[in-house]
Design a binder for this molecule. Structure first.
Ligand SMILES: [Zn+2]
Length: 356
């Protein structure tokens, strides 16, 4: 009996304990909201605010996941003015000051022309013809050993050159310039009885060492057509600008023969201006005298070449074609008399006697 009572008592105690636990559990569940996930379509974010079966209104939504306004783009991109001109920047060497042998290098002429273009004199309406041999020389020197046929043909020895000058002097020839010729053809300004123009193409160094002393000796003016690029680069085959200045002070005449001696046929205006005006301004900057005449490189030209010359206030141009008779209408195709390396003095006298 006692064992039965003891068992009952234990059972009762256990039952009371279970009952207590059950009550405790009930009270907890009714006091806290349900943590179960809402069965409806879950709105964005954690829809833990909605109770099961209760329609979720927007106002109930806690924008927990939406970017908090504190996440405003912090203006960290404030341009920290690092553009402060660092005075310590190393003076980078400027390669533009070194001579650029690239063909695209623009010639040196200053953009502001310091020389006022002089328009060609307006002809007075009188048609004139001038018989003036325009002699064409290149080298005045003995051709170097092994020189080819072209070089020998272009080279008049100093002794032959002097013999020619002496003969001209003995015959009463006076040297004039191309400017003199234009003034005669346009306005009738008088010329010497026996005029001659001595031209030298390319501007080789022997113009200074050989031709210049002889011209001075015989009292003649030479007209030198320069390729200006090799002078700019100090090529010893050609004159230097100091030589040009010295010769110019002594009365010699300097005109352009192109910047690089390129064939000027079929070229656009930019190219022609580069070659023609570039050489023109390079010379004017050294001589202080306006350039008015051009010698076509290799005697090659076309209508566009002439148009550019005229727009740049040139008065005329010489060609390599032979002849000695000139008119105002032919000023951009002035023929010359070529003196060849193998010409004897008799050949030279014959050239001067032609009526061509
Ligand atoms: Zn030439």
């Amino acid at each position: 009996m006692t064992s039965t009572l003891r068992a009952i008592a234990r059972y009762w105690f256990l039952a009371a304990l279970i009952f207590l636990l059950a009550i405790l559990q009930l009270g907890l569940t009714s006091a806290t909201p349900s943590n179960s996930p809402s069965p409806g379509p879950a709105p964005q974010g954690e829809a833990d605010a909605g109770l099961p079966g209760v329609p979720i209104r927007a106002t109930n939504l806690v924008p927990a996941s939406t970017p908090s306004p504190t996440q405003t783009p912090t203006a960290t991109a404030t341009p920290t003015i690092a553009i402060t001109p660092t005075t310590t920047s190393p003076a980078t060497p400027r390669p533009t000051t070194t001579p650029m042998p690239s063909p695209t290098a623009t010639p040196a002429p200053s953009p502001t022309p310091t020389f006022t273009p002089i328009p060609m004199p307006t002809p007075d309406g009188v048609s004139r013809t001038a018989h003036v041999p325009i002699l064409m020389y290149h080298y005045i020197s003995d051709p170097p050993a092994g020189a080819d046929v072209y070089r020998r043909d272009l080279s008049v020895t100093p002794s032959n050159f002097e013999a020619q000058l002496a003969w001209l002097r003995s015959q009463g020839y006076e040297s004039i310039t191309l400017t003199d010729l234009v003034y005669y053809l346009a306005l009738g300004w008088p010329l010497p009885e026996k005029p001659v123009i001595l031209t030298f193409d390319d501007g080789y160094r022997d113009d200074y060492t050989n031709a210049f002393p002889l011209l001075k000796k015989y009292g003649y003016v030479g007209t030198f057509f320069l390729i200006t690029r090799p002078i700019d680069y100090g090529d010893p085959t050609y004159l230097s600008w100091d030589m040009v200045k010295e010769m110019h002070r002594a009365g010699m005449d300097f005109q352009p023969h192109g910047y690089r001696h390129f064939d000027l046929r079929g070229k656009n205006v930019d190219f022609l201006v580069y070659e023609i005006v570039g050489a023109k301004e390079a010379i004017e900057a050294r001589t202080g005298e306006v350039v008015r005449f051009f010698s076509y490189p290799s005697g090659s030209y076309d209508q566009q070449t002439v148009a550019v010359l005229q727009s740049a206030y040139f008065w005329g141009a010489v060609i390599t074609g032979q002849g000695a008779t000139h008119t105002y209408d032919d000023l951009f195709e002035l023929t010359r008399v070529r003196v060849r390396g193998d010409h004897t003095l008799q050949d030279f006298e014959e050239l001067m006697s032609y009526d061509w």
